[in-house]
Design a binder for this molecule. Structure first.
Ligand code: SD4
Length: 294
């Protein structure tokens, strides 16, 4: 039964992309097209310093990007990690998702594939990001600051008018990360997961922790068991936190957004978190979520 279209993404920076994705869905476009075009808008905007062009560099002052795409009809999955100089990593991830083998490429191998496939290449380091790197390096020496600094991944989920779902992520990862570091965002089941029969979820926050809980898969699995989107996301996060805390370990910032095949949306977070949603019933808007229990 068609329930209309839905699209949602992490952080307020995705509003413009979500709006474009919404127009694609309203015209009958696919969830896959909608999520990738939405993420591409964020990648192309240099003001957003945690994704794509203008993304904050790693400890060696190089911009290394992670991105992934998943199609909920076929379960096709593609990803790139620690990739440099590729203008739109999300499009490269989607291209890889149509391969039978070699669907997840990292570093030089991903760049070589992008060149062969004629993807647009670009120096992704902006003067502003370079300045931020210099300032941060100085402050880290003087104040013993942690490199992790509220670094935001764009993750988008969508349901189209045919009932198909898709999701995509893109990030420059943690500011000042070690060269070669890969976060949760390109990892199937951690930064994103999608099955049109169960639902779609994306996560943002401290990748080192998100990947321990395979939190996007867990959220989708719970929706598949019959939980509403909101209860699935909250339960996944709460149970994961309890399991980690019981080991005497801390849990970093984590936020999850998800959507069920019925079109209901869910959010769980342990920090203040902005996200954007739009659907056939409501115009895309930014919302704020605060930490809550189940
Ligand atoms: C990472 N999850 O690379 C990303 C960073 C992020 O909000 O989303 N921060 O760990």
């Amino acid at each position: 039964i068609p329930v209309g279209w839905v699209i949602g993404g992490t952080w307020r920076m995705c509003l413009e992309g979500i709006s474009l994705g919404g127009r694609i869905l309203a015209e009958g476009g696919s969830a896959g097209d909608a999520v990738c075009e939405a993420v591409k808008v964020v990648e192309d905007e240099p003001r957003y310093k945690s994704v794509g062009f203008g993304g904050l560099p790693n400890g060696d002052c190089q911009v290394e990007l992670d991105a992934a795409f998943m199609d909920g009809d076929t379960l096709d999955f593609g990803a790139v990690a620690a990739v440099r100089d590729v203008k739109n990593p999300v499009m490269l991830a989607r291209r890889l998702s149509s391969e039978r083998f070699n669907t997840f490429l990292v570093g030089q191998g991903a760049q070589d594939f992008a060149r062969v496939e004629l993807f647009e290449m670009r120096n992704m380091l902006t003067p502003r990001a370079k300045r931020a790197h210099e300032i941060r390096r100085r402050r880290m020496l003087e104040e013993n600051l942690s490199p992790y600094d509220g670094h935001d991944t764009v993750g988008v989920v969508a349901l189209d008018l045919r009932g198909s779902m898709a999701c995509a992520t893109s990030t420059s990862g943690l500011f000042m990360k070690r060269p070669g570091r890969v976060g949760d965002s390109p990892l199937c089941g951690s930064g994103l997961y999608c099955d049109s029969r169960m639902g779609a979820a994306v996560a943002t926050g401290l990748g080192e922790d998100i990947m321990k809980g395979a939190l996007s898969y867990e959220t989708v699995r719970l929706m598949g068991e019959g939980f509403s989107a909101d209860r699935a996301a909250r339960r996944a996060l709460r149970e994961f936190e309890a399991r980690v805390l019981s080991r005497g370990r801390k849990v970093g910032a984590i936020s999850i957004i998800c959507c069920s095949p019925r079109g209901d949306i869910g959010v769980a977070t342990n920090v203040e978190f902005s996200f954007a949603w739009g659907s056939s019933c409501s115009d895309p808007k930014v919302y704020i979520a605060r930490p809550t229990g189940e």
